[in-house]
Design a binder for this molecule. Structure first.
Ligand SMILES: *Cc1c(COP(=O)(O)O)cnc(C)c1O
Length: 353
């Protein structure tokens, strides 16, 4: 059996509809591992919500999503002359609904604006304004310079704001640059701007349309609708001193070695998502003389209501846990809960119920 993501479909879709209704102009972000649910699935959910645009991470993600989503595909990775091949192979360029005609490029350098328009004069694109993240984008003077070069293909300006704290002050400064640039667009795509900050920016710039790009808070915003389970594959009772695993490690006391599904191939790692790795907590663990002091590391798997320790580093498709004598030991075939980082986990199966 495998690592399974169980989705409470009614509850999850209820959350998606609530976010979409509360967020005019919403642009769902569909990228990477599809936030654990799979990109194609998310693209078709976005289509069901009746939205006109999704944002994808890279050009290579475009062809696989163009069938699932009939609207525009905004590529978050900035266009570069060396990326053009992938963008051009997004599909045939004939017809207005052909994938290549639905791609909206992100342009982050003036040289790229010139190169893109030279190669694809009718390209659709947004101009990325660099933020305090310093990831990609144009400076304020660049944005003003761009105004003289853009044409009908301009779809908006885009900001990627950092996650920490309130972004409103920074968003306002960036809006000042947008206004000053006098571009022929009144649309701004903003990442990581939500709630009151988004509302405040909209009311200050009422003649602009601010379109939030949202991934995590949309797809993973109601964690109670999602649950990941692993299956117990084998159960080995051990006495203190019994050897197990690739490295013939020995059991520090009597208990059980459990073999459960899910390993490094799924993204199951040594770091527990809730792991408190501070020096102080480690010192406290050592002082208590716990099993983790003996070199065992906390796993994301729960048995009998408690997160358990890895018996050794996870293997490719399975992991070994050590459960000291005491708790109820699950049987082969039983499902146990796993806490995962959804954006870094590839489950074997997503089950909607
Ligand atoms: C990934 C990404 C997002 C979505 O981020 P979430 O935190 O998942 O909402 C938005 N904008 C850009 C540019 C991104 O790369």
């Amino acid at each position: 059996m495998s690592l399974v993501l169980h989705v409470d479909a009614a509850r999850w879709r209820g959350h998606l509809r609530a976010v979409a209704a509360a967020t005019p102009g919403l642009v769902p972000v569909v990228k990477g591992n599809g936030y654990g649910l799979g990109r194609a699935r998310l693209a078709s959910e976005a289509a069901d919500l009746g939205l006109d645009t999704i944002a994808v991470g890279t050009y290579t993600e475009v062809p696989g999503l163009a069938d699932a989503f009939p609207g525009d595909l905004l590529v978050l990775t900035p266009w570069r002359p060396f990326e053009v091949a992938a963008g051009a192979t997004a599909g045939t360029t004939t017809g207005t609904d052909a994938p290549a005609r639905r791609v909206v490029h992100t342009v982050g350098r003036l040289v790229d604006l010139d190169a893109l328009l030279l190669r694809e004069p009718d390209a659709h694109y947004v101009l990325e304004r660099v933020t305090s993240m310093r990831r990609h984008g144009l400076t304020a003077p660049d944005l003003r310079a761009a105004a003289a070069r853009v044409g009908d293909g301009l779809r908006g300006v885009s900001f990627h704001l950092p996650l920490a704290g309130s972004n409103l002050a920074e968003a306002r400064r960036l809006m000042t640059d947008v206004v000053a640039a006098e571009l022929p667009t009144r649309t701004v795509f903003a990442s990581h701007l939500a709630g009151e900050d988004l509302a405040a920016l909209r009311s200050s710039y009422a003649d602009y349309t601010v379109r939030p790009r949202v991934g995590t808070d949309l797809w993973l915003g109601d964690r109670g609708a999602l649950r990941v389970t692993s299956t117990v594959l084998d159960v080995h009772p051990v006495e203190r001193g019994d050897a197990f695993g690739y490295r013939a490690r020995t059991a520090p006391r009597a208990g059980t070695v459990l073999v459960v599904s899910g390993g490094t191939a799924h993204g199951i790692g040594l770091e527990s998502p809730s792991g408190d790795l501070s020096l102080r907590s480690r010192a406290a663990t050592l002082a208590r003389g716990g099993l983790d002091a003996a070199g065992f590391v906390r796993s994301p798997y729960s048995v009998d209501g408690k997160q358990r320790l890895f018996a050794e580093p996870p293997h490719m498709q399975a992991s070994m846990l050590f459960v000291p004598a005491g708790p109820r030991v699950p049987e082969v075939g039983e499902e146990i809960e796993v806490r995962v980082r959804y954006t870094a986990t590839d489950v074997d199966e997503v089950v909607f119920s």
